[in-house]
Design a protein around this ligand. Structure first.
Ligand code: MD3
Ligand code: FE
Length: 215
């Protein structure tokens, strides 16, 4: 990977992980407090919950959504839904600042995009929570990159290949990092190692926002 702005300390590091995956270190830092406030507001109407996988296991990561489409899982499988199954109400609207941040990140990354995200999944990791290796393949539109924003406690991200058995790279993700991936990198297996406890007085959990064009 190469640091495209290595000579310019005023620019955040931009690391190309592969041909269509880009990590923007600290890109969301100026918006981080506002993003956390937005999450607190969204989760008053659509609380975090532990979805059950089709295999019948409750996820250690708690999830909720905002936008036209929310990601849901139950015994029938994974899918996108226009309503929150807990309330039968539409998901809260995506804050304008999130869409603005997504558009700026796409522009800086240089990745091509078929349109704005319509689905925002919010994941909450308490210490010990993890996300096992998986592919994201429930979206109909593979022409737009997924944009992920990491907030709170750091985590080790696992970045694999197109086959589950392909070897994985480990990538540290920190508060304020933005990761984008699309195209040929869209179907890579990926996961998150169990999140470690923070040091005293630091944040007590990790949040990840993923914005996708699902429809
Ligand atoms: C997908 N979330 O919600 S996002 C998920 O940190 C999810 O909460 C993780 O995987 C999280 O489905 C990771 C970042 C990410 C990075 C690279 C990928 C997802 C990726 C590469 C290919 C496919
Ligand atoms: Fe994923």
């Amino acid at each position: 990977s190469s640091d495209l702005f290595a000579d310019d300390p005023s620019q955040p590091a931009q690391l190309r992980l592969s041909s269509e995956a880009v990590l923007l270190k600290g890109f969301a830092l100026p918006d981080a407090e506002a993003l956390l406030n937005d999450i607190a507001e969204i989760t008053q109407r659509a609380p975090f919950r532990h979805m059950v996988t089709p295999g019948g296991k409750s996820m250690s990561v708690a999830t909720t959504s905002c936008g036209d489409l929310g990601w849901v899982s139950d015994s029938r499988g994974y899918r996108y839904s226009r309503t929150d199954p807990q309330s039968d109400l539409p998901w809260p609207a995506t804050p304008a600042r999130w869409l603005d941040l997504a558009a700026r990140a796409v522009q800086v990354s240089g990745l091509s995009s078929s349109g704005a995200p319509d689905a925002c999944l919010i994941n909450r990791y308490v210490p010990g929570a993890r996300l096992s290796l998986h592919q994201d393949r429930n979206e109909r539109d593979f022409g737009a990159p997924i944009i992920s924003i990491s907030l709170g406690l750091p985590a080790i991200f696992l970045w694999g290949g197109i086959q589950r058995a392909d070897r994985t790279r480990t990538i540290p993700l920190e508060h304020g990092d933005v990761l984008l991936w699309g195209g040929v990198d869209r179907l890579r297996f990926h996961g998150v190692r169990p999140v470690a406890q923070g040091v005293a007085s630091a944040r007590d959990c990790r949040f990840n926002i993923t914005m996708r064009k699902a429809d």
